[in-house]
Design a protein around this ligand. Structure first.
Ligand code: SF4
Ligand code: SF4
Ligand code: SF4
Length: 310
């Protein structure tokens, strides 16, 4: 199959190579995402666990995880009655320097959503004001989870040991798709190491919690097929926390107004996060949705580029 606008005398291979080089950043990013996926789940290939929080959505306690997702680390430390200075510092430092680069290039849940977006389901167009308004949901979830975790921490200090479950250790695990993908499903379907004789017994032992988590995962999957990266845009508290500093990050995306003359908005059409690129400051996108993915640069390399904001 030849790509649109191809010369009939060119080989299919040449056409595909042209298509790939036109999507240069997107291709490099996909390869990077796949490598990061393997590294983050690196216990499978014999890597050691590093007890370090990463600014990505990834569950603590994944059987094959090499790192902890930062939000899980925040929740766990708060529910022990301590304050996670190091993890908050890591998030603020990351957001202030490279913005949400980890969202675009490293987060396994981000990769999962990029793959879901390929699914041939008619996409729903979301207006700019709605996209901005729905974003507040992720901030609300973030501070609710932080507040709840801190309250559990006070209870633990006050009353001594509390029963260990989702709500007293990592409350967001209740709906977190990362936990469902990288712990629940892996345990239940693949490795069969939950209590019980087989995977179906393992699922049964989780009861309604399994059904709830699967229901939440399916809803998120469906919405992410209709709206690219819907979970990242509106729900993910990890992205919300990174977003507070990423608006003014040093690494940014710039638009040359002298070369952006026709207002075609091809850059906006290519943006998976619905950033209103042409309304942004040309000297650097100051929008907490931007994940520095570079899709807009692929769409318009003449006018768009990565750059630094000092
Ligand atoms: S917003 Fe959340 S799920 Fe999306 S890429 Fe960032 S950390 Fe991952
Ligand atoms: S695609 Fe390029 S020319 Fe078109 S609006 Fe975006 S920056 Fe301007
Ligand atoms: S503005 Fe550009 S770099 Fe930022 S998320 Fe959209 S396409 Fe990616």
């Amino acid at each position: 199959m030849a790509v649109a606008g191809s010369n009939p005398e060119r080989s299919v291979f040449q056409d595909w190579m042209t298509a790939i080089t036109r999507r240069r950043i997107r291709s490099i990013r996909l390869i990077t995402q796949l490598i990061m996926f393997v590294l983050v789940n690196g216990v499978i290939i014999g890597l050691s666990r590093v007890p370090f929080p990463a600014p990505i959505s990834f569950p603590a306690g994944s059987p094959f995880g090499t790192v902890w997702g930062g939000l899980d680390a925040i929740q766990f430390i708060l529910t022990r009655g301590q304050f996670p200075f190091l993890v908050f510092g890591l998030f603020f430092l990351t957001g202030a320097t490279v913005g949400k680069l980890f969202c675009g290039w490293a987060c396994p849940v981000g990769l999962w959503q990029d793959l879901l977006a390929i699914f041939p389901l008619k996409k729903t167009k979301i207006s700019k004001p709605d996209n901005k308004a729905f974003q507040d949901i992720s901030g609300f979830i973030l501070w609710f989870v932080v507040g709840w975790s801190a309250w559990i921490g006070f209870q633990r200090i006050d009353r001594g040991n509390l029963e260990e479950n989702f709500f007293t250790s990592i409350p967001y695990g209740f709906i977190d798709p990362a936990g469902t993908l990288f712990i629940t499903l892996w345990y239940a379907f693949t490795w069969k190491i939950l209590p019980g004789e087989n995977s179906f017994d393992a699922i049964d032992s989780m009861g309604t919690m399994f059904l709830w988590k699967m229901g939440a995962l399916l809803v998120i999957m469906f919405i992410s097929m209709k709206v690219p990266r819907a979970y990242c845009r509106w729900v993910c508290p990890t992205g919300a926390l990174l977003g507070y500093m990423s608006k003014n990050s040093i690494l940014t995306v710039k638009r040359d107004p002298l070369k952006c003359t026709d207002g075609c908005k091809a850059c906006e059409d290519a943006c998976p996060m619905g950033v209103p690129i042409t309304d942004e400051d040309p000297d650097g996108i100051a929008n907490s949705l931007c994940i520095n993915c570079g899709n807009c640069i692929d769409a318009c390399p003449e006018a768009m580029s990565f750059g630094f904001r000092l």
